[in-house]
Design a protein around this ligand. Structure first.
Ligand code: ATP
Ligand code: MG
Length: 552
């Protein structure tokens, strides 16, 4: 969007900091994904915000993999995240990994033990939970809390050296067991996990917890504005406590409302279930809210950035209608896509007064929305054409301006034809429609003086190529599947994918380029799917031309 908009509250903070000369006016943000899944449209909001701030204020953004949990993380995810951020159009200053800081984080932990601000606790998770109390009941300490600094130093070194099994001990910050903020009741800093890490291998068997690793990674990189989602508000005092006690770079945390989108789920844990249990064809299934799914569906980076700009940055959560996302891609594709003709549900139209074996070449503009039309393409016309089944009616209702016996319509970019009759098979299905054409009504040189109310698209039978077309609907039947009774998967829309194995395209569409959007005239916006082969192209419908979706 090019219109001026007022600053969002994070931009206001950044501008204030720059005015005050904080950090010398420097702006360094970071996007910190955990490589435990593919990025989704919610991450796109965070990416656009973080990279957008840096772009706007002459700063930079680090891409930091928050890879402190060895079990769920994978290089496949790292690669996909990099691809998606690049595809969205952003360039990071540095590619960094929290795991690169393990040595430094360990030293920070030792420093806190030395200050008697951290201790090794042998309690079980259950015991710790009970001892923590509840928001209204203060927690109680245990004997481990009073361990000496020396004993803690030794035990922590032994934890690191692999002397203890998983779960035998944890390192906790010693803060305040009576704090009204549960996150300050001696939070965990390290846990023992004898697990292979995708980068550090078997070097470590203790891993830092998010709250300890995150702020300290920000400080190590000297991040000026660390933005995250609202659920981290109660973590902020802890973020600040660690930084203050360690006397390290004072990164500051700011929180904004996460994106919630209706008719889908966004948590990586749930998306992973859809993939693993094969409800969808992988993380990049065109029905998924992932960046890779949207890309495969035909969304453009510009449309996603536009969407993120339109939803804005707020301090309160709300639910965004997926219709807005669809609006953004329609806006973009209307301006950029090339127009082509394809017949999805074909019946044959025979132009009975047109010579057999004759072919005429008509031309059509690629993009009437663009200056100069971006060139054109040849469209062969012949006696036999494919048209949409729904464009003919045996018994038409009033105001049906398409084909019915006696009606005239224009065949897009070609002639006006008059419907004279039709043929049915034994089952009563219409198989062929018969028309005559008005020779003087050639598109671009129409001297017929006729005006018709309907224009339909078509594909010449001998020139048509057969393709598969995949039509998508919302993946879930309800607005907020995570908030319904039972399992979210119970609400999957059984009709979210509709495959048309025998659609016909005009010949030029055989040159379709991956990643480009095409408007199939009257049918919507489409893009080539990665399952295409030279023998059989597959097209995904990105979105219909108009918002025709009705609640079921
Ligand atoms: P999920 O809950 O989907 O698994 P996550 O928060 O665990 O997501 P991370 O990889 O930790 O995923 O997220 C990286 C960044 O993206 C974080 O700063 C996080 O706050 C942000 N983010 C994640 N989901 C959303 C969302 N729906 N809207 C906005 N930002 C998000
Ligand atoms: Mg997370």
């Amino acid at each position: 969007m090019s219109e001026e908009r007022s600053l969002n509250f994070i931009e206001e903070i950044v501008e204030e900091d720059i005015r005050e000369g904080k950090h010398g006016g420097r702006v360094l943000t970071r996007f910190p994904p955990e490589p435990n899944g593919y990025l989704h449209i919610g991450h796109a909001k965070s990416i656009c915000l973080n990279f957008g701030l840096a772009l706007k204020y002459g700063g930079q953004t680090n891409l930091r993999f928050d890879d402190t949990n060895p079990v769920k993380e994978d290089v496949e995810y790292v690669d996909s995240i990099k691809e998606d951020v690049k595809w969205l159009g952003f360039t990071w200053a540095k590619e960094l990994y929290a795991s690169d800081y393990f040595e430094q984080l360990y030293a920070f932990a030792v420093e806190l033990i030395r200050q008697n601000l951290a201790y090794v606790d042998d309690s079980t998770p259950e015991e710790i939970a009970v001892q923590k109390g509840t928001p209204t009941v203060p927690g109680t300490g245990n004997e481990y809390r009073n361990r000496s600094v020396d004993e803690n130093l030794q035990l922590f070194a032994e934890m690191k050296a692999g002397k203890y099994p998983d779960g035998a001990k944890v390192l906790r910050a010693k803060i305040d067991l009576a704090s009204p903020n549960m996150h300050l009741r001696d939070p965990l800093m390290y846990r023992i996990k004898h697990a292979h890490h995708h980068r550090t291998g078997d070097q470590w068997c203790i891993y830092p917890m998010y709250d300890f690793a995150h702020g300290e990674s920000d400080a190590i990189e000297e991040i000026t504005h660390s933005v995250c989602t609202l659920e981290f508000i109660p973590h902020r005092p802890l973020y600040e406590w660690f930084i203050e006690k360690l006397g390290i770079f004072p990164s500051k945390q700011y929180e904004f409302a996460r994106l919630n989108l209706n008719y889908t789920v966004m948590s990586k844990r749930k998306l992973l279930q859809l993939v693993d249990e094969q409800y969808v064809d992988g993380w990049d299934d065109p029905r998924m809210p992932t960046i890779s799914g949207l890309r495969r569906r035909g969304y453009t980076p510009a449309s996603i950035r536009d969407f993120c700009e339109r939803i804005g940055i707020a301090k309160r959560e709300n639910m965004i209608d997926v219709g807005l996302l669809e609006f953004c891609i329609r806006e973009d594709l209307n301006k950029t896509s090339w127009r082509r003709m394809a017949v999805l549900d074909p019946i044959k139209l025979v132009v009975t007064d047109y010579p057999e074996g004759k072919t005429e070449i008509f031309t059509g503009e690629n993009n009437p929305e663009a200056e100069g039309g971006e060139g054109g393409r040849d469209i062969p016309f012949s006696r036999e054409l494919w048209i949409e089944r729904e464009d003919f009616m045996e018994v038409p209702p009033k105001k049906f301006f398409r084909l019915a016996v006696g009606n005239t319509v224009r065949l897009k970019s070609a002639y006006i034809v008059k419907c004279e009759g039709f043929k049915k098979d034994d089952a009563g299905n219409v198989t062929e429609v018969y028309c005559t054409h008005i020779a003087e009504s050639r598109s671009g040189n129409d001297t017929s003086g006729l005006s018709v109310k309907g224009t339909i698209h078509w594909v010449s039978v001998p020139d048509a190529k057969t393709v598969e077309v995949r039509l998508y609907d919302r993946l879930f039947q309800v607005e907020d599947p995570s908030n319904e009774d039972g399992d979210f998967k119970d609400y999957i829309n059984p009709e979210s994918l509709h495959i048309l194995p025998h659609a016909y395209i005009e010949p030029d569409l055989a040159n379709a380029v991956p990643g480009k959007g095409y408007q199939f005239i009257r049918k919507g916006y489409f893009t080539l799917d990665k399952n295409s082969t030279p023998e059989k192209l597959v097209f995904n419908r990105t979105v219909t031309l108009k918002d025709g979706w009705v609640k079921k």
